[in-house]
Structure formats: C-alpha cells, structure tokens
Design a protein. Structure first.
Length: 170
C-alpha cells in the first residue's frame, strides 16, 4: 500500500507554482495544466481525469487538496486500507458527520469525471451514493484547508509549524 504517482493540477498561467514544482523536482510532464481554472476545482479534476500521463495499472486515485498538510498520516492509512478492502467503492472521510477530503476513487469512477455534467465533485459523489463508503475518522484536519493567513494561524498550533513570528536559528 502506498502512492505510485503524484500529479498536481495547476492553473496553467501560474508561473510561480511551475517554478516551485520544478524546484521540487517535478518535471513538466508530471503535472497537469488546467487552462480554464475560472471554471473551479471540478474543472481541475476533469483535466486530471483526461490526462494521458497516468501510469498503467493504477486501481485508485486520491483526490487530495494541496492546502491540507495538517491531515494525520494515520488518517491517510485508514483511507487507503479501506479502499484496498473495498476496491469498487468511493471512500470519503467523515469527521463529526461532515464529509471531507481526501477522497479515494476507483479508477473507473475517476475516469468518469472527464465526461460528467455534475456541477462539482460533491454532486458527482452524491450521484454515486450507492457506492460511496463514508469512513469515520478522528481527524479534524480533513474538514479544513489553509486558504488564508487566518486559516494558517488557526491550524498552526495543531500541526507544529513555525508561525510567521518565529525565526530560524532561535
């Protein structure tokens, strides 16, 4: 059990992010460009679903948000194990009754994203509720993301990252 491939989906016009990916040793053919990011996150998922760079033999794909570094490793393990035990099911974490990310999709469901007319991922998943497995997790991190400095400040104590006031070398 593990990750076979990581392919970030990015706004094709975001040169700073492209530079960061190159600095992180991603090559140009290891990320997916979304040329229509104004259409929202679901358009990024659809671009990922259409991408021809996926390795053959993948059985599941994880839809993870890039701004959720605070999710516990143990939570990811539970989700991966659940997906492995339920290969035809969509596995979605739930914390305190709230469905969240990351979501693990069997490859056939991931491929179906490309042609879906659902308005967003939530609607896509709800259309497949019969095969969705809601996985209760004890990790508040699945329900939050870090969109603003205020979000970061709220999560900072829980994830142990230095605040902007901390200085390296102190």
């Amino acid at each position: 059990m593990g990750v076979a491939q990581i392919a970030p989906v990015i706004d094709a016009s975001n040169q700073l992010l492209k530079t960061a990916l190159l600095d992180a040793r991603f090559s140009y053919n290891e990320w997916i460009n979304n040329f229509f990011p104004e259409r929202g996150m679901f358009s990024s998922l659809q671009e990922a679903s259409r991408w021809k760079g996926w390795r053959s033999g993948l059985t599941h794909l994880v839809v993870a948000l890039g701004d959720q570094p605070h999710i516990k490793i143990s939570t990811l393990g539970v989700l991966l194990e659940t997906a492995q035990q339920n290969p035809s099911r969509i596995c979605q974490p739930v914390f305190n009754g709230r469905a969240a990310h990351p979501i693990i999709l069997p490859v056939d469901q991931f491929v179906a994203l490309a042609e879906s007319d659902a308005p967003d991922l939530g609607a896509f998943i709800r259309e497949r509720d019969a095969i969705r497995l809601r996985v209760a997790v004890n990790d508040q991190g699945v329900t939050g993301d870090l969109d603003t400095p205020a979000d970061y400040a709220r999560w900072n104590p829980q994830i142990g990252l230095p605040s902007r006031h901390d200085h390296v070398g102190r």
